[in-house]
Design a protein around this ligand. Structure first.
Ligand code: SF4
Length: 357
């Protein structure tokens, strides 16, 4: 499977929690970035791909002409996802996306609560979200994923309950939901904002899991829920130890099982390209990463594939862990599946994996 992630680093405003590679910039810099990203795609000779993911930043902030120039360089066979913000999406862009083969939209909603949207410095409001979802559906894009957040400042359990009720009313296929992380280099980090109490955060997560499962969604990854058949195909590459190509400044990739991070500096990128930092990982690190990523999802870990790739006998090596967690880690037809309980205590389980030499 060939998976490609392309990072679009531009945003129209900066959200209070954000520490991603993003920048507010002018058209001149955007044109220089355009020239460089097109050059990078051509140099890497990428055309036929299984999944293509435009992430950011805000890919929907690209003008139609810019988006078309980049998207036309690819031929996508399975899934073409574009991350969008409600305020930067309109009918013209949606129709263009559809024409260019985009078949999945990931919408950065975060919350439907107008006051909380203000607190986290998002520019859209609840009504913008409703309008854009209606436009997407009217134009035949039904595979929509929404990002929501919890453990926000001033957010109560009742607020989360309301957000989930609205989400369910909208009949959306996929939900990604993350707790607020206070990053040092974000606006919240600089304001020294204190995180929500751990027990309250755990109650919020519990409420989310219960509500979504009751509504018929599959909890297929720690932070992701979907209607059957609507899991993210692109992210499977990350979770199942496959390679994925990262394009653009701020992108990460893994080629021939070697991970890299492209430069986060737009200036460096424009002047001299991706300048990837290559991770020097041992086979042991890579083998552990494969376990860590696979156990995040209900797709589980393919033991035979792991044994072959890392030249080891998983069952023999981790016998003690399999015995200790036999209630929550189940082996079936050569796949090790985590139960929901296992996903909840995954960090503890992973520490045990790390301790085996
Ligand atoms: S959260 Fe997304 S939209 Fe907000 S500043 Fe960061 S990259 Fe831009």
């Amino acid at each position: 499977m060939k998976a490609v992630y392309l990072h679009v680093p531009f945003c129209d405003s900066i959200c209070a929690y954000c520490d991603f590679c993003r920048i507010i910039t002018n058209e001149d810099t955007k044109s220089k970035w355009m020239a460089q990203i097109i050059e990078e795609i051509k140099q890497k000779n990428i055309h036929e791909v299984d999944t293509l993911y435009f992430g950011g930043g805000t890919p929907s902030s690209l003008a139609c002409e810019q988006f078309k120039k980049i998207a036309s360089l690819f031929n996508v066979s399975k899934e073409f996802t574009v991350e969008c913000n409600p305020e930067s999406l309109d009918l013209e862009k949606i129709q263009l996306y559809k024409k260019l083969g985009v078949n999945r939209i990931s919408l950065g909603v975060q919350t439907f609560n107008d006051h909380l949207l203000q607190v986290i410095n998002r520019k859209h409001r609840k009504e913008d979200i409703f309008q854009v979802i209606q436009l997407l559906k009217e134009n035949g894009i039904n595979n929509i994923s929404i990002d929501l957040m919890y453990a926000l400042p001033e957010q109560s359990l009742e607020d989360i309950k309301k957000d989930l009720e609205i989400f369910l009313d909208l009949d959306i296929k996929h939900l990604s939901i993350y707790s607020l992380q206070i990053e040092e280099n974000s606006i919240f980090g600089r304001q020294n904002l204190k995180p929500v109490d751990e027990d309250i955060e755990a109650d919020m997560y519990e409420l989310i899991c219960r509500t979504m499962e009751k509504a018929g969604y599959l909890h297929y990854e720690i932070s992701s829920f979907c209607k059957p058949g609507y899991h993210s195909k692109h992210n499977l590459a990350y979770w199942q130890d496959e390679d994925f190509i990262g394009l653009g400044c701020g992108a990460s990739g893994k080629e021939n099982n070697v991970r890299y991070d492209n430069t986060r500096s737009l200036k460096t990128y424009i002047e001299s390209g991706a300048n990837p930092y290559i991770y020097e990982e041992t086979q042991k690190d890579k083998a552990f990463n494969a376990i860590m990523m696979a156990l995040r999802t209900t797709f589980g870990l393919d033991i035979q594939k792991w044994n072959q790739r890392y030249d080891q006998d998983f069952i023999k090596r981790y016998q003690s862990i399999l015995e200790k967690y036999h209630d929550v880690l189940k082996m079936e037809n050569g796949i090790l599946y985590p139960s929901r309980e296992a996903m909840e205590i995954l960090n503890t389980i992973l520490v045990d994996f790390l301790l085996i030499d």
